[in-house]
Design a binder for this molecule. Structure first.
Ligand SMILES: [Zn+2]
Ligand SMILES: [Zn+2]
Length: 261
């Protein structure tokens, strides 16, 4: 594996806006794609971003709040219609199995695709092959929520490229474990520090919290997303985090980011 890209399909938290769709993140590796947290509208955002499901092998959900899963039924239809014959595996908290099954049975269609649920029953290593390892850790959000750590073995290096995905969560031990030494941390930052109390009460982070987590864990590149609809622009998030961490990107909808080349 060499080139690694991230397509931000949506960067909004609870309520989508004219400028931010619900969550959705497509990780593009050499030969396969992984989709994280397909919120409402992910199918359409994929069309807008000109990405298909032909290379999609894995869908990873952190939890079953609507902004992270309301697009699942649509994405399943897209995969089924593409009929590419590959197995697509789904990772999600085991307590959410009924929501996954409802998405599979959300409408009338002729199920041809090979969907393979891989509910997370125990924390830690979820899958391993020579090129890839995926770990899950518990996050602190008030409902069953897990984050992911994806380790991708690069041909050019003996060390894997590490991407951590932490949302939705307060600062917690699980987020720290996921982010430890990561090349890229994709982190929620629903609020700014002016709303730190609300962030704590509602199980979220501020931009400063995410940046502090990234510094403590030795993360090289912090990518912020999951912005509350109350803030129209990304600049305040960026500025708050940049005061704490040296390399920060605030994700924008439909932009592709090259993580490794
Ligand atoms: Zn959310
Ligand atoms: Zn949530």
């Amino acid at each position: 594996m060499s080139r690694i890209e991230l397509v931000a399909l949506g960067t909004s938290s609870q309520v989508p806006t004219r400028y931010r769709n619900h969550n959705g993140y497509l990780l593009r590796l050499d030969r396969e794609d992984f989709l994280f947290d397909p919120g409402e509208g992910t199918q359409l955002q994929m069309a807008r971003a000109r990405v298909g499901v032909e290379r999609l092998r894995r869908v990873l959900l952190t939890h079953f709040h609507g902004d992270h899963c309301l697009g699942l039924a649509g994405v399943l239809q897209l995969i089924n219609a593409a009929n590419v014959g590959n197995v697509v595996e789904f990772h999600f908290p085991v307590s959410g199995l009924r929501y996954y099954e409802r998405a599979i049975c959300a409408c009338i269609y002729d199920l041809q695709a090979k969907f393979e649920p891989r509910p997370v029953r125990a924390l830690g290593l979820q899958m391993a092959c020579p090129e890839l390892r995926i770990y899950a850790q518990k996050l602190s959000h008030g409902v069953p929520t897990i984050g992911y750590r994806v380790e991708i073995q690069q041909k050019s290096s003996s060390n894997p490229f590490v991407l951590a995905f932490a949302m939705d969560t307060r600062r917690c031990a699980g987020a720290r474990l996921l982010a430890e030494g990561a090349d890229v941390l994709i982190s929620e930052c629903t609020y700014l520090s002016s709303e730190a109390k609300e962030a704590e009460e509602r199980g979220h982070m501020t931009a400063a919290h995410a940046a502090e987590l990234a510094v403590e864990a030795g993360v090289k590149h912090l990518m912020l997303t999951h912005f509350s609809q109350r803030y129209p622009g990304n600049r305040p998030f960026l500025e708050e985090a940049q005061a704490i961490h040296g390399r920060v990107t605030a994700l924008s909808d439909l932009r592709t980011y090259i993580l490794a080349d």
